[in-house]
Design a protein around this ligand. Structure first.
Ligand code: FES
Length: 43
């Protein structure tokens, strides 16, 4: 899979599951690294 970023960058991934990050929190943006999951610990 090849992902074309908005900034013109091209990212290629051979991972079986590839998700495109839409939250921009990912360290490997434009690919999702599951950083979109906020961990909240209250109490
Ligand atoms: S959608 Fe951004 S890290 Fe998953």
């Amino acid at each position: 899979m090849v992902v074309h970023g908005e900034d013109g960058s091209v990212v290629r991934s051979e991972r079986f599951v590839t998700a495109v990050c839409t939250c921009r929190r990912s360290k490997i943006y434009p690919l999702c690294d599951t950083s979109h999951r906020e961990v909240r610990r209250e109490g």
